[in-house]
Each structure stands twice: as structure tokens, then as C-alpha cells.
Design a binder for this molecule. Structure first.
Ligand code: GS8
Length: 217
């Protein structure tokens, strides 16, 4: 059966960027549909009656939700090219833990840094989380070792938000986590990453608009 793949996405979403990178790493041809989250398309609502969130991947007519689950699905279906998760069960469990940590800490504190009035306080928590990730990276080129993999892919989309975190959190990620910045620059040398990431200036403009709309001073 031919593989028909459609990604329903919204450009600033770090979750959607994960899926874009996974598709690029595997060289999977697909259609990209940009959703207006304030006016969701009939296709999106039909495929997402419960979840109603991007990203969603439609593979041969079947929808898959949640970026980390989508990436795991892609890795299992297209297992021959560029494996993303390690094959060893212990290392797989570790990789899943750190990807979940990114969602629970980096996304959580990052969002509070840019979208609330207590940006500086949230920024401190964000730096603590990034430092823990930097410790996990250690001296390795990538989180999984020599090759770009699942944890790298889970975290790198947030690099597009670093400028916004620094502005609203009044902090310098480069000064606090230099090894993490070196890792991000290493990831950016990969075309799958550089072509998928959102532009930092466009992201900060997006947050400025959101803050205005929500009346955050
Ligand atoms: C998060 C998806 C999500 O929050 C994942 O895919 O990893 N854990 C999920 N998507 C947001 C946009 S990105 O902030 C979304 O679709 N929001 C639309 C809505 O809530 O109506």
C-alpha cells in the first residue's frame, strides 16, 4: 500500500516541529496542512473529534495524535531509515523519560516565562530545567550519543523560543547553559532541523501579539 501521509500543523508549535523533523530525518514524503487554531478545518475536526490539537498525522487515512507518540509511530513504521529511539529497552525508557521531562519542564516553564506576568520567576525554573538537561547531555555530541535522536528531536524545537524566553525571562541561556547552546548549534547543522525550526524573530513577534491580545503587560 502506498504511504499517504498528511501533517496537520500550526507553524509556531514546537510539537509540530518535532514531527516535521522526524519526517525529514526519515525522508518521508507528505502533505503539510497549516491549521488556523481559531477556525479549525473540517478535516481537522473530523480526524480529531476528541483531541482537537495539532500536530496530527494522518497515515493512510488513520489519525495519530500527540507529537511524542507520532514520532514513536513514525520510528516504528519507517524503522529502516535513521532510527530515532535506541533499540536497547533501558535506553529507550531513559529517552522517553527525558522527552517527557522536556514537555513537563521546558514547555511548562517556558510558556509561563513568555505568557504570564511572572516571567522572571518562571525563567529561573526554566534555567534549572535546562541545566538538568545539560547535565544529562554531558560531553556527548547528542543526547543519544553519537547520533541525533529522540531526545534531541524533542528538545530542539524549543531553540526557536530561546530568544523569547530570554526577553521575557530576563535571562541569558548562552551564559547559563553554554554546552546546551553548542548542542543546539550542532543540531542546526542538520538540514532536517534547520529547515523545520521556526524563525526566532517571527516567534517573538507571535508572542508579542498573543500577550497584547491577552492583555499581559
Ligand atoms: C500538545 C499539543 C498542543 O498543545 C503534543 O502534541 O505533544 N502534548 C501535545 N497543541 C496546541 C498548539 S501548540 O501549543 C493546540 O493544538 N492547541 C489548540 C487548541 O487547544 O485549541
Amino acid at each position: 500500500m502506498a504511504n499517504e501521509v498528511t501533517l496537520l500543523n500550526a507553524w509556531p508549535s514546537p510539537f509540530g516541529i518535532r514531527v516535521k523533523i522526524a519526517l525529514a530525518e526519515k525522508g518521508i514524503e507528505h502533505e503539510h496542512k497549516e491549521e488556523d487554531l481559531e477556525d479549525k478545518s473540517p478535516l481537522f475536526l473530523m480526524m480529531n473529534p476528541v483531541r482537537k490539537k495539532i500536530p496530527s498525522l494522518i497515515h493512510n487515512g488513520k489519525p495519530i495524535f500527540d507529537s511524542l507518540l507520532i514520532v514513536q509511530y513514525i520510528d516504528e513504521v519507517w524503522k529502516e531509515t535513521s532510527p530515532l529511539l535506541p533499540s536497547d529497552p533501558y535506553l529507550r525508557a531513559q529517552a522517553r523519560f527525558w522527552a517527557d521531562f522536556v514537555d513537563k519542564k521546558v514547555f511548562y516553564w517556558g510558556r509561563r516565562t513568555v505568557m504570564t506576568t511572572d516571567g522572571k520567576e518562571a525563567g529561573k525554573e526554566l534555567i534549572e530545567s535546562l541545566k538538568l538537561l545539560e547535565g544529562e547531555l554531558g560531553e556527548k555530541p547528542y543526547f543519544g550519543g553519537e547520533k541525533f535522536g529522540y531526545v534531541d528531536l524533542s528538545l530542539i524545537p524549543f531553540y526557536s523560543f530561546f530568544n523569547s524566553f530570554e526577553t521575557y525571562g530576563n535571562l541569558s541561556i548562552e551564559a547559563e547553559c553554554p554546552k546546551l547552546i553548542a548542542w543546539a548549534k550542532r543540531c542546526l547543522q542538520k538540514e532536517s532541523v534547520s529547515k523545520s525550526l521556526a524563525d526566532q524573530q517571527k516567534v517573538i513577534h507571535f508572542f508579542e501579539q498573543m500577550r497584547k491580545k491577552l492583555g499581559i503587560a
